[in-house]
Design a protein around this ligand. Sequence first.
Ligand SMILES: Cc1cn([C@H]2C[C@H](O)[C@@H](COP(=O)(O)OP(=O)(O)OP(=O)(O)O)O2)c(=O)[nH]c1=O
Length: 199
Amino acid sequence: MAETDSPMLRLASASPRRRELLASIGLLAEVRPVDVDETPLAGESAGAYVLRLARRKAQVGAVGTRLPTLGSDTAVVLDGRILGKPVSRGHAREMLEALSGRVHEVMTAVAVSGPQGMLDTCVVTRVAMRPIESHEIDAYWATGEPADKAGGYAIQGRAAIFVERLEGSHSAVVGLPLFETARLLARQGVSCWSAGAPS
Ligand SMILES: Cc1cn([C@H]2C[C@H](O)[C@@H](COP(=O)(O)OP(=O)(O)OP(=O)(O)O)O2)c(=O)[nH]c1=O
């Protein structure tokens, strides 16, 4: 196998968006999803929650490899409340009705375990949505997009037409803040400019 085909990091995530975002900045990842308990702790803030999960995913995912390992977690937060992923059509409707015409926050934490230990960061993005019509919520559900997405929407898909303004990181809303991720990875010896594995 050519050196350029060697993974540069391990990605402890089942999210195809995260793998694609890393690939978009030249980072080839070995994908190893992990299963961690995503129940929030009593009284835990949304920021503390996503950071804890990102660290946990990186820690569990790093077992058995010398590659730096990245874990991440994204939460959609409205009035301090985490919305999670919709479990049904009705749940997705409730979420989009709540987000309609409002500003909410998307919190994405990234943690990278590697030679420098565990490094992490949390990026908060403010997203303003225009009012969403009831028939649009039905039509949107029918696209299949909301099902596996925090908050029941995908900004990289059809929900882009609901997003009036965004302050922060677009890539963080999709699943990985690329600016901050590249910085964390560089500190762990993974460069976006080197085609092969880190030395
Ligand atoms: C708000 C929003 C979320 N999402 C996605 C990003 C994440 O994949 C998902 C949030 O769930 P996460 O629990 O962060 O990630 P995941 O379950 O998909 O993958 P893993 O835990 O294995 O890393 O929602 C979008 O794709 N677009 C959006 O606009």
